[in-house]
Design a protein around this ligand. Structure first.
Ligand SMILES: C[S@@+](CC[C@H](N)C(=O)[O-])C[C@H]1O[C@@H](n2cnc3c(N)ncnc32)[C@H](O)[C@@H]1O
Ligand code: SF4
Ligand code: SF4
Length: 342
């Protein structure tokens, strides 16, 4: 449980009084998909530039020392790494709560079996539509393959009797508004969780493209609002929608304002840490790196002057302002209550 007094003290002084609890670790920047809102699939790095498992172990050791509890491995597409299972097992054996986030298309049946057997806690699979044409248009992947893998994971989970959190991650754009409820029903049918977040443009390198092609117009934001209220209503009878209702209610607000700040303060730079494939360390997805693990230790960067500057930028609400669910959906982040629907 987060100590809110310590968080508040950290926030007011720009000096951490707490340890980060979650690390998001991008262990690869290559990808086999073609998502319209992400540039990773255009990255032409190769296997020789992947951060080595030895370096990953070193970083995990620093994360452990720093007090991190959960490590979420992401990318790029993590399952393009041949040693991803070794990485997951390593983190699990070091005592972390381990999550992996995948596009669901790059693993084999054996990878899925071994991932579940590794005893990790969570697998997040991204899926934005259950219409094959639209899915391919948005993510450049074959829907049948991804759905079949999701369903195999559900089956393997049942067989293994392991308590594994399987979650579908949905990125909302103007292209998939009518898919949001069918996706919730699909998740419910499979007994997996589902989590939504709006598309972001800040820091993606695709700002103009996203705003011109993926951002909903006023009418579409109204449609999103109706869908959001339907999801909030569904939460009264189903418990697999992983977003807080207050978070869901802010999605149309974010689309209207193109930015969002939690009520009073964003504590992210005291509870989360993002590590990129190039070993840059960032306070959150929307901000620039404060330094690199190639020439500084994580412990140094966590309390560095540069990180302190970032924290003061956040305190002054001069960060881009986002609604990334991994940061803002968290319980200790204060959000306005769900307004009554008029
Ligand atoms: C960057 S991907 C990496 C893991 C894996 N390749 C995948 O797609 O799940 C992690 C999550 O970020 C989401 N994402 C990528 N670009 C985004 C953007 N511009 N705005 C919001 N979410 C985004 C993806 O849809 C995915 O759910
Ligand atoms: S699958 Fe993930 S990493 Fe790949 S392009 Fe899509 S969002 Fe980016
Ligand atoms: S960009 Fe978002 S997560 Fe990052 S500090 Fe600002 S509000 Fe918080």
């Amino acid at each position: 449980m987060m100590d809110l007094n310590k968080l508040e003290k950290s926030f007011n002084t720009d000096i951490p009084q707490t340890e980060p609890t979650t690390a998001y670790f991008n262990v690869i920047s290559r990808c086999n998909a073609g998502c319209r809102y992400c540039l990773d699939w255009k990255n032409n790095s190769n296997v020789n530039t992947d951060v080595s498992i030895q370096k990953i172990e070193e970083i995990l050791t620093s994360l452990k020392k720093l007090g991190v509890i959960e490590v979420a491995f992401s990318g790029g597409e993590p399952y393009l790494r041949r040693d991803i299972l070794d990485i997951l097992r390593l983190a699990k054996n070091m005592g972390f709560v381990v999550r992996v986030i995948t596009n669901g298309s790059a693993f084999t049946d054996k990878d899925m079996y071994k991932t579940i057997e590794s005893g990790i806690s969570k697998i997040g699979i991204s899926i934005d539509s259950i219409n094959a044409t639209k899915f391919e248009l948005i993510r450049g992947l074959n829907l049948d393959r991804v759905k079949s893998n999701i369903e195999k994971l559900v089956h393997l989970r049942e067989q293994s009797h392991k308590t594994l959190d399987l979650s579908l991650y949905v990125t909302i754009t103007k292209l998939n508004i009518e898919d949001l409820i069918p996706l919730a029903k699909y998740a419910q049918m499979l007994d997996v969780k589902i989590q939504y977040q709006p598309v972001h443009f800040s820091g993606t390198g695709l700002e103009d493209y996203i705003l011109d092609n993926l951002w909903p117009n006023d009418q579409e934001i109204n449609n999103i609002t109706s869908v959001i209220y339907e999801l909030i209503a569904m939460q009264k009878t189903v418990n697999n929608i992983g977003n807080r209702p207050e978070y869901l209610a802010q999605i149309p607000v974010f689309f209207r304002q193109k930015t969002f700040y939690p009520t009073n303060r964003c504590y992210v730079a005291y509870v989360d840490v993002v590590i990129d494939q190039d070993l840059g360390v960032r306070p959150c997805w929307s901000m620039f790196p404060v330094g690199f693990l190639t020439n500084h230790s994580l412990e140094e960067l966590w309390v560095s002057e540069k990180m302190r500057e970032m924290r003061s930028i956040i305190r002054l609400q001069q960060c881009p302002g986002c609604l990334y669910s991994c940061h803002i959906n968290k319980k200790h982040v204060s959000l306005p209550p769900v307004p009554l629907q008029t």
